[in-house]
Design a protein around this ligand. Sequence first.
Ligand code: KG4
Ligand code: ZN
Length: 363
Amino acid sequence: MTIPLTFLGIESSCDDTAAAVVRAGAETVVLSSIVVGQTALHADFGGVVPEIAARAHVEKLDGCVEEALAKAGVTLAQLDGIAVTAGPGLIGGVLSGVMLAKGLAAATGLPLVGVNHLAGHALTPRLTDGLAFPYLLLLVSGGHCQFLIVQDSQTYHRLGGTIDDAPGEAFDKAAKMLGLPQPGGPSVEAEARQGDARRFALPRPLLDRPGCDMSFSGLKTALLRARDQLVADQGGLTVQDRRDLCAGFQAAVADVLAEKTRRAIAVYLQATPAAPALAVAGGVAANIAIRARLETVCLDFGLRFTAPPLRLCTDNAAMIAFAGIERFRLGQQDGLDLSARPRWPLDQTAPAMIGSGKKGAKA
Ligand code: KG4
Ligand code: ZN
């Protein structure tokens, strides 16, 4: 029988301040999950400003924790542990969360568990769907893009990832150059619905090369060129031009993700999993067209397809509490010397990723 454990989770690695309480036993329940976003604070700067993010986390964290405990109906004394994102991410933000978690652990004597933010995303399909190891994960958000075989809660094998922009970042930049509102993903998707994806010949980067690595920055430049050509030829963009550009861009991203997913599945299946499954997580997983393409690929290979609900796909602290519980069950915890890490790849053996996205360092 699994002994129920109740953990507080704290997340502050990027531009969401979050706290949550999760109870995991025979079944796992998210008792509360509070997320306070910072989109408005960074809106004028074209990206997340680390100093502004860190200051906002310091201001909001205490309130988030109090609200998460109150909503869950538990006191600090009723918890079994405190889990906190210890990296990777914007260091000032990560530090604010780690310092708060250490203070709470010192004051209460509760176990402290440092969690890799990416492990939080990677283990979410177990929280939501009880997925069995090993499963294949495609993590696609504004800051991350990688294929991982999730072997167990501590062992990840990275099959490939973006060598430049993350897809969500590319969606956001595409929206910006077409004068559409942020976040770009949903606005580009809405325009694309009424567009002709075949009108503009946009590239499918890196499909001509073997492996699972991806690139989205050339696609973004191609979109910019197509837009500039239209502006030069006709003095501006019509409503239909914008829709067609969005449709072409989204189709190119979907094609790249689908083909690279095929390749990743082929490698993953060599590990002969008993119940093969692909999970997709991150904000871009909300895109219906992309989701449908990935689901079709899974059907072709006979894989189960899972995508957690959006509130648990995007940054949150429930995934951190859950990942903390999984680590704690293995007998692992941290001391008050836990440090914040700006970079912390899940697969320590994989080569480091190049560049750093608008949402901080890629890992
Ligand atoms: O996971 P997330 O909330 O934050 C991190 O990046 O950590 O992902 C946000 C990203 C944004 O870049 C946003 O444009 C993208 O996910 N996104 C989408 C859609 N909804 C959100 N991209 C494509 N289609 C969507 N429907
Ligand atoms: Zn994230």
